[in-house]
Design a protein around this ligand. Structure first.
Ligand SMILES: [Cu+2]
Length: 158
């Protein structure tokens, strides 16, 4: 009567208490531009009176990024942009009217107009500053039925 005791070949391992923590920290927007700020102390303007018409801009000093400059060229009836891939950030858009009608430039996000330039006549230009997050926008002219006539441009911001 051979009493074979089956010996398990796998030795019990000591499971050391290793806890694997998956830190899912993502999506934090980091400003990529490492600009040397604080070296322009030579121009110390002594303007004590702030214009009262400016909105309350007492935000924190974390947003020191310079505005990107792009140009939107308008004609009768089209809008062209000199950049075709935009990254999220602050943009100062120079609007140039090369047409013969009055135009403006509006920036729409999800059906809501979030910024609009002054109306400019033929040959004039103006600027419009807008913060663009990642997403889809429509640049269009809000004058008359110009948008329906082709003055709109879908802009993708990544
Ligand atoms: Cu127009």
């Amino acid at each position: 009567m051979p009493a074979r005791i089956p010996v398990p070949r796998t030795l019990p391992r000591l499971a050391s208490g290793v806890a694997v923590l998956a830190l899912g920290l993502g999506g934090l927007t980091a400003c990529g531009g490492s600009s040397d700020a604080g070296s322009s102390s030579a121009a110390s303007s002594t303007s004590a009176s702030a214009p009262s018409s400016s909105s309350v801009a007492a935000s924190s000093s974390s947003g020191e990024a310079e505005a990107e400059k792009i140009t939107a060229t308008e004609a009768d009836f089209s809008i062209k942009l000199d950049e075709d891939s935009l990254k999220a950030g602050t943009y100062t858009i120079t609007v140039v009217n090369n047409g013969s009608a009055t135009h403006d430039l509006a920036v729409e996000e999800d059906g809501t107009t979030k910024a609009k330039s002054d109306k400019i006549g033929p040959g004039q230009s103006t600027t419009l500053t807008v913060d663009l997050d990642a997403g889809q926008y429509v640049f269009y002219c809000s004058v008359g039925n110009h948008r329906a006539m082709g003055m709109e441009l879908t802009v993708q911001v990544s």
